[in-house]
Design a protein around this ligand. Structure first.
Ligand code: UDP
Length: 383
């Protein structure tokens, strides 16, 4: 490699920022690579807040966010605004993470300019192109144009090989979310809301809920709201914490069901430092999030996933994650079981780390160097 190779990272949402932050830090600490960061701003405040925790100052901001914007408007803005940045910066490689519309658009834009694409968290598959929507399609599109596939687990590598991706371009790194989680938990960041802070310090049982999936909008989300109300009334000693996604559709479907309940705390989305502390203090985690499914098992928390399928089978196989769908009755039954049956709880509350060992960013950057200059490749994460 000449003195340094220029590696551009493009990301747009909170979960991407969390998972890509350890990679950017590793890039910045590597004297042979130069890091250029571009945020699309698909999520605004939530993104800035994560950059702050990891001390990342983006070089370019495409500022594509607009209220109520459709996926096509978003995609076309990323194409239009990223292209001049690619022209100006001429990176040797472009890193994207995950499966958002930012990822699909940025990777295709780079491919059209013949810039090698590095896909972090490659190879997750639910097997249903409509669920999660549009993520399953985004991740498959990205795989088609990537030069280097950084698969988090051996299972995700196998998914890629089944799609005839060349094995020499796949490296198993572990998921960078575990690097991010360990880095953040270590910092013990403060919790700004006094009631939450007390809760985390105390002994009370806590049900942490997050729900934002696009395919759950509407009727399913209403059912979640009704289930949470029933659980709050049935278990007055358990506090439900619900950081609600900024999306108004999510808010309007869930919040009316929770009015007047003293043991339900509805908050704005929490900063990553606060969220990880609440997760670590919780009794049960009820979620439809991908990242939370990966983080909570490593904290030993039982996770009930409000989806019909998952692209993250590893913790389901390990017994700490259970898929329960979005039906009101099933949610009530499964949470009730964990809150009332100690044996059932103990069976699920095991700390397992099928997603990583905290060294995924180091493996990822070694693989990028290998791609650009045939540097040394680190042994794969074995799961
Ligand atoms: N998260 C957070 N604050 C919150 C809720 C979640 O920082 O109020 C973090 C969580 O720890 C995980 C990520 O955001 O790392 C998950 O984001 P989300 O559920 O939006 O997306 P997904 O993982 O489903 O793509």
């Amino acid at each position: 490699m000449s003195s340094t190779a220029r590696v551009m990272t493009v990301y747009g949402t909170r979960p991407e920022a969390i998972k890509v932050a350890p990679v950017i830090r590793a890039l910045e600490n590597n004297p042979r690579l130069e890091s250029i960061t571009v945020v699309t701003g698909q999520h605004r405040e939530m993104l800035d807040q994560v950059n702050e925790i990891f001390g990342i100052v983006p070089d370019h901001d495409l500022n594509v966010f607009a209220h109520g914007q459709g996926l096509n408007a978003l995609m076309s803005k990323v194409f239009e605004r990223l292209d001049p940045v690619l022209e100006q910066e001429r990176p040797d490689a472009l890193i994207v993470q995950g499966d958002t519309s930012t990822v699909a658009a940025a990777s295709i834009a780079a491919f059209y300019r013949q810039i090698p694409v590095v896909h972090v968290e490659a190879g997750l598959r639910s097997g249903n192109i409509h669920s999660p929507f549009p993520e399953e399609a985004n991740r498959k599109l990205t795989s088609q144009v990537s030069a280097l596939h950084l698969a988090p687990t051996p299972t995700s590598k196998q998914n890629l090989l089944r799609e005839a991706i060349d094995e020499s371009t796949v490296v198993v790194t572990g998921n960078t979310v575990i690097d991010a989680l360990l880095h953040t938990v270590e910092q013990g960041l403060p919790i700004s809301e006094p009631r939450l802070s007390e809760l985390v310090a105390g002994q009370e049982r806590l049900l942490l809920v997050t729900s934002h999936r696009r395919e759950n909008w509407g009727g399913a989300m209403e059912g979640v709201g009704r289930a949470l109300r029933r659980l709050a009334l049935e278990f007055p000693d358990v506090t439900t914490v619900l950081p609600v996604h900024r999306n108004p559709i999510v808010r309007e479907a869930v919040l009316p069901h929770l009015e007047g309940l003293g043991n339900v705390i509805v908050t704005e989305p929490l900063g990553y430092g606060e969220f990880t502390r609440v997760m670590a203090a919780s009794t049960v985690v009820l979620t439809d999030s991908g990242g939370v499914q990966e983080e909570a098992p490593s904290l030993g928390k039982p996770v009930l996933v409000m989806r019909e399928n998952t692209e993250r089978p590893e913790a389901v196989d390990a017994g700490t994650v259970r898929l329960i769908g979005t039906g009101e009755e099933r949610i009530v039954d499964e949470v009730t079981r964990l809150l009332t049956d100690e044996t059932a709880y103990a069976e699920m509350a095991n700390a397992v780390n099928p997603y990583g060992d905290g060294r995924a960013a180091a493996r990822s950057i070694a693989a990028v160097e290998h791609l650009l200059v045939h540097g040394e490749r680190l042994p794969d994460f074995e799961g």
